[in-house]
Design a protein around this ligand. Structure first.
Ligand code: TRP
Length: 344
């Protein structure tokens, strides 16, 4: 095949992202994802879904899945995502994701997927025991994004590689089927405060819903007492806070707490450090507790309020799914035509 000149995508900018319904959301998800979604909804057309197709790549109790989807939705709404502006929906309610994923399974190369570090991390030593779905997970992710021709994808640092794969799939599809510029080559939106919130127990590991210790993270549903206790117990050192960030290079736990403070207050870590330099954690931690409780308390309260009305959540998800299906349908019909399938 001869290389065709790269032709740029000329469609509108669009935001798409999603979170898996596989456990409680924490401060890292809030600052790194939800706050960003909420900001972006005012800048571009925004699609935010709950990734329940991805969730079952590892076992999920069917009795819990639906309530977990509602819980993520409640967190979206509590963070300020507005269903009148953004399209909020469960992934499984839009079959076009799975249909496009099949076609992309035939575009992506085994060699590309073999390089995916998230699969290696999740599968550990026994990859032969994992589901095939876990292996092709990033291909479905590419379909999630490209079925809406999304151009901007707010995600954590760990998803950069999946976005590169998405661009490779888009470029190969455009090239192989001779439709230059058909799919955009979407970008990860990673930067911003809260891009790297680390565990409260280990400043070198990301704050994660799968960490066995609940003290490693602040959950969005934690009440003021739990937030205070977790911050009080957060690992630190005995040194006072220095004047510059460079001096925190070998103090990851201290750097993390400063970063959390900064992200919660919408300031830079350097500014926060200059305010607290010379002080110890005995002085800093109570200030962080006050700030975290003030910022997260209302989010937790709003989440509980939404969770108390599952019928309203279901109504929002159904309306979002209808809108998403309407946007996805023409793309899927076009793609089927491009591939040479019967139109349905
Ligand atoms: N893999 C993402 C994560 O674990 C979730 C996800 C699925 C996603 N599909 C997506 C994120 C599409 C952005 C766009 O965080």
């Amino acid at each position: 095949m001869t290389a065709s000149p790269t032709v740029a995508f000329t469609g509108p900018t669009r935001v798409l992202s999603g979170v898996q319904p596989t456990g409680a959301l924490h401060l890292g998800n809030y600052l790194g994802a939800l706050v960003k979604f909420t900001r972006l909804q005012h800048e571009m057309e925004t699609f935010i879904f709950v990734a329940d197709l991805h969730a079952i790549t590892q076992w999920q109790d069917p009795k819990l899945l639906k309530s977990q989807v509602r819980e993520i939705t409640a967190a979206y709404l509590a963070s300020g995502l507005d269903p009148a502006i953004a399209t909020i929906f469960p992934q499984s309610a839009v079959p076009a994701h799975a249909e496009l994923a099949w076609i992309f399974n035939c575009v992506a190369r085994l060699g590309w997927l073999d390089r995916m570090t998230q699969f290696k991390d999740k599968a550990g030593k026994h990859k032969e025991r994992e589901s095939v779905g876990l292996y092709t997970y990033p291909v479905l992710q590419a379909a999630d994004i490209l079925i809406y021709k999304a151009t901007h994808v707010p995600v954590g640092e760990d998803q950069r590689q999946h976005l590169e794969l998405t661009r490779d799939i888009a470029a190969k599809f455009n090239h192989d089927f001779e439709v230059p510029g058909y799919f955009p080559l979407p970008e990860a939106v990673v930067e911003g405060p809260g891009a790297r919130i680390m565990s409260l127990r280990d400043g070198s590991a990301k704050m994660s819903k799968s960490d066995p210790s609940d003290y490693s993270r602040i959950n969005l549903t934690d009440d003021a007492d739990a937030i205070a206790q977790k911050i009080r117990k957060a690992r630190t050192d005995a040194e006072p806070l220095p004047e510059t960030l460079a001096e925190l290079k070998d103090r990851p736990e201290a750097l993390n707490l400063i970063g959390i403070y900064a992200a919660l207050e919408g300031r830079t870590s350097a500014e926060v450090l200059s305010e607290f330099s010379g002080q110890g954690f005995g002085a800093f931690k109570p200030k962080l507790v006050d700030l975290a409780v003030a910022r997260l308390g209302p989010v937790g309260d709003a989440m509980r309020k939404f969770m108390a009305d599952p019928a309203e959540i279901d109504r929002i998800l159904a309306a979002g799914a209808e809108r998403a299906r309407a946007v996805a349908a023409p793309t899927l019909a076009e793609v089927k035509g491009i591939v040479g399938y019967w139109a349905s």
